[in-house]
Design a protein around this ligand. Structure first.
Ligand code: SF4
Ligand code: SF4
Length: 147
């Protein structure tokens, strides 16, 4: 059964509740531990498991990728586009390697599938943009991700 209690005068004007709320605010303001940071001067350290902007690993400017097409095959968002080519030494390589960042859901499956440890998701999280952006091979090889 629903029991309705009649609010008192203080309760009706919320005076006690407002004062209680103010007391909590003041206590947190003067004595509480600061949980915010002064971004962008201060930055948070993210876990190594964080999946941010992609990059392609390279050694001496040569990408690890052999254009095996595994990553575009497993990608659930179908946002990786690769065109394969062949070097004079018959090694396959990606002539074109693009990732449509707007379609990517950062699931990390491309990284999991790659047999050459070539495509990685870095800990870079600043990816805001004002237009649709497709990361090309040059950008993916240049950007400073690490893991
Ligand atoms: S993180 Fe997932 S959605 Fe993004 S490119 Fe890799 S496989 Fe595709
Ligand atoms: S799975 Fe790795 S080696 Fe294969 S195409 Fe993708 S990045 Fe290149």
């Amino acid at each position: 059964m629903l029991v309705k209690s009649k609010p008192g005068l203080f309760q009706r004007f919320y005076v006690v509740e407002i004062l209680k709320g103010l007391a909590i605010t003041m206590r947190k303001f003067f004595f509480g531990k600061t949980v915010t940071i002064q971004y962008p001067e201060e930055r948070r350290e993210y876990s190594d498991r964080f999946r941010g902007m992609h990059y392609i690993k390279s050694v001496n400017g040569v990408e690890n990728c052999t254009a095996c097409m595994l990553c575009p095959t497993v990608c659930p968002a179908e946002c990786i586009h690769i065109e394969a080519g062949e070097r004079p030494d018959k090694e396959k390589y990606p002539v074109k390697f693009e990732i449509d960042s707007l379609r990517c859901c950062f699931c990390g499956m491309c990284e999991e599938a790659c047999p050459k440890d070539a495509i990685k998701l870095s800990n870079i999280y600043e990816m805001s943009q004002t237009s649709r952006e497709v990361y090309d091979k040059k950008f993916l090889m240049e950007q400073r991700g690490h893991k």
